[in-house]
Design a protein around this ligand. Structure first.
Ligand SMILES: Cc1c2[nH]c(c1CCC(=O)O)Cc1[nH]c(c(CCC(=O)O)c1C)Cc1[nH]c(c(CCC(=O)O)c1C)Cc1[nH]c(c(C)c1CCC(=O)O)C2
Length: 352
């Protein structure tokens, strides 16, 4: 596939460990409800209809790029499109979040899942949105593709939505370890095909979101989450090589898995994204010099007065340094945040 020439490759250079003129910056959930232009479009369309309509998904992906001096776009979609591809109903309820009305209850429910998944048939709309967005971007910045990691997806599929304790999904890990592994393997297989399809469609970096890692302790994380995370990186890169596709950098964001930072950095990912609870200097010492770190401003720092926000950002960059670093928040931005704070965040990063 042929696309407009990339004019700003800071993100990719930083991911590969090359020198950059300025520190690349993007914001997790940069397209979303904190932007009035998103809320306007969203008031007219259902969430998953937007995801499934390449024209709309491309438009929303571009909204933050048109407003801010960002160094990357991330395709507008959701991690829960994979449970949908497996035949589960997922609704996005305003003010509530995602709801899966028929969650998996016991291992016999695995039979309900429609697999193996033909990703072109079930998720082809994401690939189309990526290709269209690559053209619409006109090479301004690279386009990030993403997926949820298996444990995080398993959590939503069993809990039926967000949860305070993740106790139902964790009960599976203790009561049905073999069925849990079967489910995680099935999700790993779909995720590999899905991410390779995104590269084929034009994604230039891939991020895997293990947002529910914070519910696991080291024992469960190493037994159930980490093997799938490692397998996905390896198989996606092997398959891209096989298909003579470009091997794109990959980022792992395992929110709350602070204890596993060393292990995560040894999984083959090019970038490890840190949540805001981790100290940048200690993290660098723990992972060594040969991996790129991403993060990790406390999203709530965007509520601070401008001067304090600038100070926080400068402190953070001083600790990370300019080498092998991609600036971001430590988790997604919240809907009630002021877009002007995002501008200050980005401009302060670029001022170094
Ligand atoms: C856990 C998770 C989900 N989705 C995602 C994650 C991993 C990242 C993280 O940990 O925050 C990933 C995601 N979801 C969305 C994106 C779009 C790309 C971007 O970052 O701009 C991305 C990368 C859009 C979205 N995903 C969602 C919205 C808002 C939905 C709406 O408009 O009603 C958007 C813009 C909804 C969503 N989707 C999900 C939840 C828990 C919610 C409800 C909470 C919320 O509303 O923020 C599942």
């Amino acid at each position: 596939m042929s696309f407009p020439v990339l004019k700003n490759d800071r993100l990719l250079r930083a991911a590969r460990g090359e020198e950059v003129d300025k520190i690349p910056v993007w914001v997790m959930r940069q397209a979303g409800r904190y932007l009035p232009e998103f809320r306007e479009l969203r008031s007219r369309h259902d969430f998953f209809t937007i995801c499934q309509t390449p024209e709309l998904a491309a438009e929303i992906t571009l909204q933050p790029i048109q407003r801010f001096d960002l160094d990357a776009a991330i395709i507008f979609s959701d991690i829960l499109v994979i449970p949908q591809a497996l035949g589960m109903v997922v609704e996005m309820r305003p003010g509530v979040g995602p709801v899966l009305p028929e969650p998996l209850e016991t291992p016999t429910d695995l039979q309900r899942l429609q697999h193996p998944v033909d990703v072109n048939a079930t998720l082809g709309y994401v690939f189309k949105a990526i290709t269209l967005t690559r053209h619409r971007l006109e090479g301004k910045v690279p386009l990030i593709g993403f997926s949820g990691a298996p444990w995080t997806l398993m959590g939503y599929m069993i809990e039926g939505g967000g949860t305070k304790t993740m106790s139902k999904a964790k009960a599976w890990l203790y009561q049905y370890p073999e069925a849990s592994k079967e489910l995680l393997q099935l999700l790993t297989d779909v995720t590999v095909d899905y991410l390779v399809g995104q590269v084929q469609a034009g994604a230039q970096l891939l991020q895997l979101f293990e947002s529910n890692a914070d519910f696991l302790g080291p024992a469960l994380f190493y037994q159930f989450a980490l093997p799938a995370i490692a397998e996905i990186n390896q198989r996606v890169k092997d398959k891209c090589k096989q298909l003579k596709l470009e091997i794109v950098p990959m980022t792992i964001f395992a929110k709350g898995a602070h204890y596993a930072l060393e292990e995560l950095s040894k999984c083959g990912y090019d970038v490890v994204s840190l949540d805001w609870t981790l100290d940048p200097e200690q993290s660098r010492q723990r992972v060594g010099p040969n991996i790129t770190l991403q993060g990790n401003l406390d999203p709530c720092a965007l509520y601070a007065p401008n001067v304090s926000l600038e100070r926080e950002v400068k402190e953070m960059v001083k600790k990370f340094g300019k080498k092998r670093y991609i600036a971001n928040l430590g988790h997604g931005i919240y809907p009630d945040m002021d877009p002007e704070s995002v501008r200050i965040f980005i401009d302060t990063i670029h001022s170094f």
